[in-house]
Design a protein around this ligand. Structure first.
Ligand code: CA
Length: 246
């Protein structure tokens, strides 16, 4: 989940920020005061990045930043500074902020900064979080939508990612081609089941040691496919079945 806290007392600026973050695919939590922001952070531990305005009623943004750092060292913090307050960015960085954006900022500038911070805080986090599925030689990162095999990145299309995610969330389960089509392409997709087979074939070329004798994506005849992560049993099972190549 990509959740951002937005602390800004001016409602029009706050909604401008929130709308643009949502458009960029983020979820948001909104606060108008520092006290409120700190309370919301305690209720929403999954927030990974906080945008903090400085001039606020009650405690100011620097103080919020200090208090956040006192309870969470990993969260990414971006200060929203006014152009006239050049010292703000220095003070902000000294109180533990990671970055700052000067008002007025463009939506593109803001989301670029948030994206960058998400990538960095993602890297700094303890590995193997719930955002990752780790099976056999495969590591699927659900946040970045990436797949690694033995530590090497495998480039996937969005559809291939959708299929591999479905498989890894259902290890050992036979999935019908209809199920795969519904889950990955969506229920309102009016296509042929064959598209599933075409994508599976391409996926096998990318992830299997020997695509003609797949060990991970096993064909279940007359039905669909199954994800198997045990190399030994997986390798033997499909040998006869996979001879049919259409
Ligand atoms: Ca303000």
């Amino acid at each position: 989940m990509r959740k951002v806290l937005v602390l800004e007392d001016e409602e029009n600026i706050r909604s401008f920020v929130v709308i643009n973050l949502k458009r960029a695919g983020y979820e948001t939590v909104e606060a108008g005061t520092g006290e409120e922001a700190l309370a919301l952070l305690r209720q929403n531990p999954e927030v990974k990045v906080a945008l903090l305005d400085i001039m606020l009623p009650g405690i100011d943004g620097f103080e919020v930043c200090r208090r956040i750092r006192a309870m969470d060292s990993k969260i990414g913090i971006i200060m929203l500074t006014a152009r006239t307050q050049e010292m703000d960015k220095v003070t902000g960085l000294m109180t533990g902020a990671d970055d700052y954006v000067t008002k007025p900022f463009s939506p593109a500038e803001l989301t670029a900064r948030v994206d960058a911070l998400f990538r960095r805080t993602g890297d700094a986090q303890a590995p193997r979080t719930l955002d990752e599925l780790w099976q056999g030689p495969f590591l699927l990162n659900l946040r970045n939508r990436t797949l690694e095999k033995d530590g090497r990145r495998i480039k996937l299309t969005q559809v291939e990612y959708g299929i591999i995610r479905l498989f890894m969330e259902n290890p050992g389960k036979a999935l019908s081609r209809e199920e795969i089509l519904d889950s990955v392409w969506g229920r309102d997709y009016f296509g042929e089941l064959k598209i599933v087979d075409v994508n599976i074939r391409r996926l096998r070329i990318k992830i299997e040691d020997d695509p003609t004798n797949p060990a991970y994506i096993i064909t279940v005849w007359g039905f669909g496919y199954k994800w198997v992560i045990d190399r030994e049993t997986g390798g033997a099972e499909p040998a006869e079945g996979e001879k049919e190549k259409k």
